[in-house]
Each structure stands twice: as structure tokens, then as C-alpha cells.
Design a protein around this ligand. Sequence first.
Ligand SMILES: *[C@@H]1O[C@H](CO)[C@@H](O)[C@H](O)[C@H]1NC(C)=O
Ligand SMILES: *[C@@H]1O[C@H](CO)[C@@H](O)[C@H](O)[C@H]1NC(C)=O
Ligand SMILES: *[C@@H]1O[C@H](CO)[C@@H](O)[C@H](O)[C@H]1NC(C)=O
Ligand SMILES: *[C@@H]1O[C@H](CO)[C@@H](O)[C@H](O)[C@H]1NC(C)=O
Ligand SMILES: *[C@@H]1O[C@H](CO)[C@@H](O)[C@H](O)[C@H]1NC(C)=O
Ligand SMILES: *[C@@H]1O[C@H](CO)[C@@H](O)[C@H](O)[C@H]1NC(C)=O
Ligand SMILES: *[C@@H]1O[C@H](CO)[C@@H](O)[C@H](O)[C@H]1NC(C)=O
Ligand SMILES: *[C@@H]1O[C@H](CO)[C@@H](O)[C@H](O)[C@H]1NC(C)=O
Ligand SMILES: *[C@@H]1O[C@H](CO)[C@@H](O)[C@H](O)[C@H]1NC(C)=O
Ligand SMILES: *[C@@H]1O[C@H](CO)[C@@H](O)[C@H](O)[C@H]1NC(C)=O
Ligand SMILES: *[C@@H]1O[C@H](CO)[C@@H](O)[C@H](O)[C@H]1NC(C)=O
Length: 659
Amino acid sequence: MLLAKTLALLGATVLARAASNLDALARDVSRVESIREIKDVQRSFAQLAQFGRWNSMASLFSSNGTLMWGNATAHGPAAVETWLRTDAGKMDGIQPGSLDTIVMENPLVNMAADGQTAKTRWNGLRFQGDGVGGTRIQGGIYENEYVRTEEGWRISLLRYYAMYEGPYFPGFRNVGGRSIPVITYHFTPEDSGIPIPPAVGEASRTNVSVEGLERRIARMNDEDDVRNLMHAHGYYVDRRMWTDVVDLHTTNTTVRVTNGANYTGLAGVRRALERMGPEGLTKGINNDHLIFDMIVDVHPDGKTAIARGSEVAMIGNANNRTASWEFNVFRNHFVKEDGLWKVQTIETTPLIVADYYKGWGTGGLKPANTYIPPFLDATGLRAKAIKQVGIGKVTRSDLEDLQRRLQRAAAYDGAENQSHAYGYFLDDIDCARMGALFAKRGHKASPFAGFFITPERVAQACFASYGTNRSALRSGISFHWRPQPVVLVSEDGRSATLRARLLQPSTAVNKSGSFNSAIYHDQMVLEDGKWRLWSVTIDEFYWQSSSWEGGWSDVKPRNESAPDPEPASWTKKYPPDLSIAAVGDRESTFRGGSGRYIEWPEIQRMWWQYRNPVSGRVPEYYWPGCVPCKAIPDWALEANGYQEPTTGPSMGNGTAVNR
Ligand SMILES: *[C@@H]1O[C@H](CO)[C@@H](O)[C@H](O)[C@H]1NC(C)=O
Ligand SMILES: *[C@@H]1O[C@H](CO)[C@@H](O)[C@H](O)[C@H]1NC(C)=O
Ligand SMILES: *[C@@H]1O[C@H](CO)[C@@H](O)[C@H](O)[C@H]1NC(C)=O
Ligand SMILES: *[C@@H]1O[C@H](CO)[C@@H](O)[C@H](O)[C@H]1NC(C)=O
Ligand SMILES: *[C@@H]1O[C@H](CO)[C@@H](O)[C@H](O)[C@H]1NC(C)=O
Ligand SMILES: *[C@@H]1O[C@H](CO)[C@@H](O)[C@H](O)[C@H]1NC(C)=O
Ligand SMILES: *[C@@H]1O[C@H](CO)[C@@H](O)[C@H](O)[C@H]1NC(C)=O
Ligand SMILES: *[C@@H]1O[C@H](CO)[C@@H](O)[C@H](O)[C@H]1NC(C)=O
Ligand SMILES: *[C@@H]1O[C@H](CO)[C@@H](O)[C@H](O)[C@H]1NC(C)=O
Ligand SMILES: *[C@@H]1O[C@H](CO)[C@@H](O)[C@H](O)[C@H]1NC(C)=O
Ligand SMILES: *[C@@H]1O[C@H](CO)[C@@H](O)[C@H](O)[C@H]1NC(C)=O
């Protein structure tokens, strides 16, 4: 019996060690909730900035909290508020036509063993404009600290390391025109996969009931389903897969555009989508709408949910060299029907639409927005909502099933953590630490080359590709942002499949940085109590910018009579365990693959590890499981004692729904 086997394995691995009683389980639940609240507090900071809510941003700090932004420092909420207001000036999201979109992504959360403090690392971007011609773009890394207070988690230190900045014209480059140092990590590869450190001592007595804990755990499982639904929705929009988008909606659905029209019913959703163009991408069309800083609030009854976040669209048409930016806020509603989450309402508030070649400095092409979509209260969001009364009776099997479900929630955070650790080490081309994130039998695709298996060979391939003598000071960096994850956790919570974007901002000393886009297809496992990377494949690129000035729409089709590019030349010295070409059809159109190479502005095939999460519709290019696993079945999760996560519709408890 699968479940019995699962439970036996769980005993050893849940949250580093299984809770032996209700009080211990309550402590573990509160810790997973804390990880999420910390992320949401920081996302609130970003969302509030978009509308110049300096006072509310400052109230996210503890009473003695500190903000360090580049070389500026402010102590205490009042000083933080003043600094934020002064620094933004007229680029505050309040002046008509102004913009202040802060994006903080790729959270890596580290909680102290006593559960009272935490540290995080984030990538940051900030897009600003004053509506009368002034613009500013800032990018860097945050290393922040948090403290648990009576009112919930608060920021005790927000420390922003400014790495690149500049006005829209001529674009951004390294701060001060200098090379950029490595920003010290608060974590090591060894601890990056430990979901929650083992708690110290006996859990304190609580009055929680089994029912109360069950609802809090279900709420986190629901949150994960809603996150996946919204992120999957976003990927379908990018590819103009309108039929799949419509599948995610409930029948009485509405799409509402602030200062625009309402569209009702499934036919209405399709009409709303077709404003962007017909179904499917054709040559030269980029329709990327990136989702950032989403907070999900599941109603305590577990039947409805709200998600609020930012959307930054990078869209264009390379056929006539047109391109634009769109900055939107979304506040969407979801409903659970027959155990499956569906989209009830899409509510989009456009802030700025701007021609790429003119920028957003003068407020863009549309009249200024004045509507502020209501914020979600991120502090104490989870704990406050569910009253805990009475001491329920608890049997051993209740506890085990609750632990399994909690483990699935912790798995979402653990897999995401590991994904971002990978991105940060790769930004710094720290090959040794990047390799150490892999499982003993983990494998990674090196771009344009092939797959390498074991942490040692993954690291060696990185050295072979980038060289061993990397300077601690870099004149330029290509970042590896991995936002918008769709994380499919296995029923037992010991393995996960993760899809993420690669968003690649770059910066250099004396040349404007630009953006590229690709897709990661990964799997993660819990090995010896730590999350590790099992399989990492990068499909790149879906679009690339020719330069900052040209953007993603100023690209020429490649010369059809020129030969396809060769695999990376370093593979002659350090050959992969499985070449890109040997993977077969799946990788055939990427550089080094066995077929005809496809390059933007031609539309690269997009692959999916999952079917439509509501209808179960099979995508045109469907590849469940790890990418090299059809060529080498021994590399599959199931061949190594792990479950293959469900690839179609599933309930919050991880059980597949047959569709
Ligand atoms: C800041 O306040 C917290 C309680 O909120 C306290 O534990 C900590 O010692 C204080 N830190 C400093 C530097 O005053
Ligand atoms: C602080 O940083 C800003 C922006 O990078 C710069 O303009 C300013 O000169 C710096 N101030 C000091 C005291 O270094
Ligand atoms: C993420 O990684 C950090 C740093 O190593 C680790 O301490 C933390 O527990 C991890 N968090 C999660 C949610 O996995
Ligand atoms: C549990 O409930 C009892 C009776 O209502 C109360 O006296 C006690 O303080 C509560 N304990 C905790 C830890 O909340
Ligand atoms: C739409 O349907 C859902 C579930 O079937 C229901 O809860 C909701 O009230 C309906 N909404 C409208 C606007 O009819
Ligand atoms: C769209 O629906 C909202 C909420 O029902 C309403 O306030 C608004 O006036 C409608 N907009 C249009 C253009 O009909
Ligand atoms: C570029 O092409 C799109 C349609 O593909 C069209 O809507 C737009 O008007 C064109 N723009 C220019 C400047 O030609
Ligand atoms: C590494 O590079 C630096 C600067 O280019 C050079 O001085 C040094 O000799 C190099 N070290 C090795 C081991 O190649
Ligand atoms: C930028 O710097 C590089 C070396 O750091 C130099 O080779 C190049 O000429 C510089 N370009 C410009 C436009 O200054
Ligand atoms: C295209 O590639 C072919 C073969 O390499 C070459 O002969 C031809 O000159 C190229 N055409 C252009 C426009 O670069
Ligand atoms: C998950 O929930 C469904 C519906 O309540 C139930 O039929 C199924 O047995 C559950 N699966 C597990 C593994 O508990």
C-alpha cells in the first residue's frame, strides 16, 4: 500500500524530524506559516511602494528596525518613512503619470533555530518615473532580517545592495561605473535545503485542536494550489494559449479592467484575451506578462481566495519593431469547485502602458490611473484568521496524515528555496557551491552542451564552461532570476517538479544592461533531510534583446542558409554524460540539439511538464518527468525511490483527479 510506505518514510524526514505530539505539530505548523508570512511582509513592502504608501511600508518594520539602502541608513519606522518619501521624490506612484514599481523576487528564507528571527535574500528591481520626463531604474540584492513580534513578523533590517542603476535613457549600468563585488550570502549550500531547522527543546503547551491545525495546514495546501493556478495562467497568457486560459476559469467568471470594460462568462474571457491577438504565437510576437510579488489570501472556509500582485509585461512585435512595457496590478478571485481551484475574477488595474522606444517618463500612452486596488494584510494573515479552541482528540493516524500534508506545504517552500539558491550561486558563477546544491544522483543541463550527473561533475562542467579563475569583482553580471514557479509536490511531499522563468537582466560597467527570457524545467528531492536539486534543464532562449536601445523587438531573423550553431566548444574537453543531441526530439530545436535550430524572432517550441491544472488538457509539447529521463530511464525519480508528482489536476492533499 503506497500510503503505508509513504508514512513509514515520513517518520524520518518531516521537517527534519517528526512531531511526536500535537504541541510539536503546532510548533511545526507555525514555523511553515512563519516562512510564508515573512515572504508576504516583504511582498507587501513592494506592493505598497507602487502607490507611495510610505507610512504603511514603515509600519512593516519593527520598532527598532533599520533600513539601509545603498549608502543611506534610517533607524526606526518614522525615519524609514521619511527616507522612503524623500528618496522617491516625485517618482512616487501618487503624482499623475508617475511610477514606482518595486519588484522583489527569488526569496531565500532562513529561519533561526528558535523560530524568533529570520534572514532572507532577494533580487530587486525598481522601475520609477515622475510623469514629467524623469525616470530611474535600480537593481540589486537585498539581504534582510526579520523578527517575530506580538503583532506578527516585522522587518528588523532591510539592507539593499545597489548594483546597477540609471535613467531610462541611456539605460542602467553598474553603480558608480565600478565593478560589482559578490554580496555575501547568509546561507551555505549545506543548509539551503533544510526546510525548517530542528526546533530546540520541548514544544510549549498550546490549546490547539486537531481541527484547528488541520484547517491551517489545508489553508497552506490551498495557497499552493492557487499560486500554481495563477502562475500557470500567466504562462498560458504568454503563449496566447487562450483555450488553456479559459479552461482555468469557472463558468460565471468575469474579467474586469479598471478604466476599461468588463467581460463575463467563458466567451467573455476569450474576448478579453483576444484583445492581445488571436490564439497562438506567430513569428516575432512576444507576449510575456511577468507575475511578481503575489500574496495569496485563502478564506478560512477554504472555498474562496484572493491573489494580489504586480504584472510587468514586456511585449512586442519584431516584424515591425514595435515594443512596449505595461505595468499592472492584479487582484484576482478564486473559487474551489469539486476540490479544484478555478479563476472566478481577473481584475487588472493598468498603471502605465509605454512605448519601449520612448519609455514611461511622461506617463505612457493612457490617461493616469487613480484607482488603488485594496491591499491584502500580510502580517498575521494566517494565524489571525483561524481561531483555535478546545483540545481535540488525536489518534496516531490523524497526526501522521497531518504531518504528511504539512510536509507537502513545506516542500513548496523548500523547492522554491533551492531554486533560488541555484540562481544566486550562478549569478556569481560560484561553480562549487552551485554543484553542492545537487542530490547525489542529481543532474543538470549545461546550456548548449548536455547533461552532467553528480554534484562533482555538475561543478566541473561549470568550471569547464566559465573558467576557474573568476574574480570576486565583476565588470558585468547576467542575473538568473527564477520567478513565477509552478511547484507540483508529490503526494508524500518528498519530491517536487518545478517550472520557473529565467528572467535575465544584465548589467555592465560601461554598457546598458538588457533583458532575456527562458524557461527552467526542474525536479527537487528531499535527500537525507535536505532539499536538493534532482534535475535541472534550461530551455533558452524564448526571446533576447539585441541591446538596451534595441530591446526584444529589434532582432533580425537568423540566416537560414547559415549552418546551425555548434554545441559549446568546451564539451570537447569535458564531454557530458548525455549530449543535448542525444536527448532527441525534446531538445532538438535548441542549440546543440539534433534538429534545426530555432532562434528568436522565430517562435521556439514551448514544453510543459504538466497538463492543464483544471481541465487536464494535454499541451502540444508535453514532457512529464525529467527531461533526460526518456533517454536514460535510470535517472527518473521513480527509479530512485521517489514519487513522480502528479502532472494533472489534483486536490489540495496531493491526490490526482482523473481528467
Ligand atoms: C530591537 O527590538 C527587539 C524586540 O522587538 C529586541 O529583541 C532587540 O534587542 C532590539 N534590538 C536593538 C538593537 O535594540
Ligand atoms: C550615496 O549614493 C548615491 C547614489 O549612488 C550617490 O549619489 C551619493 O554620492 C552617495 N553618497 C555618499 C556619501 O557616498
Ligand atoms: C532556505 O535556505 C535557507 C538557507 O540555507 C535555510 O536555512 C532555510 O531553512 C531554507 N528555507 C526553506 C523554506 O526551505
Ligand atoms: C488553555 O486553556 C486554559 C483554559 O481555558 C487556560 O487556562 C490556559 O491558559 C490556556 N493555555 C494556553 C497556553 O493558551
Ligand atoms: C459563481 O459561481 C460560484 C460557484 O458556483 C458562486 O459561489 C458565485 O456566487 C457565482 N457568482 C456569481 C457572480 O454568480
Ligand atoms: C464593471 O463592473 C464593476 C463591478 O461590478 C462596475 O463597478 C463597473 O462600473 C463595470 N464597468 C463597466 C465599464 O461596465
Ligand atoms: C505593428 O504590427 C501590429 C500587428 O502585428 C500592428 O497592430 C501595429 O499597428 C504595427 N505597428 C506599426 C508601427 O506598424
Ligand atoms: C587569475 O587572474 C588574475 C588576474 O587576471 C591573475 O593575476 C592570476 O595570475 C590568475 N590566477 C591563476 C591561478 O590563473
Ligand atoms: C567598455 O569597457 C571595456 C573594457 O572594460 C572596453 O574594452 C570598451 O572599449 C569599453 N567601451 C566603451 C564604449 O567605453
Ligand atoms: C547566409 O549564410 C550563407 C552561408 O553561410 C552565406 O553564404 C551568406 O552570405 C549569408 N547571408 C547573409 C545575408 O549574411
Ligand atoms: C484526498 O482527498 C480526497 C477528497 O477528500 C480523498 O478522496 C482522498 O482519499 C484524499 N487522499 C489522501 C491521500 O488522503
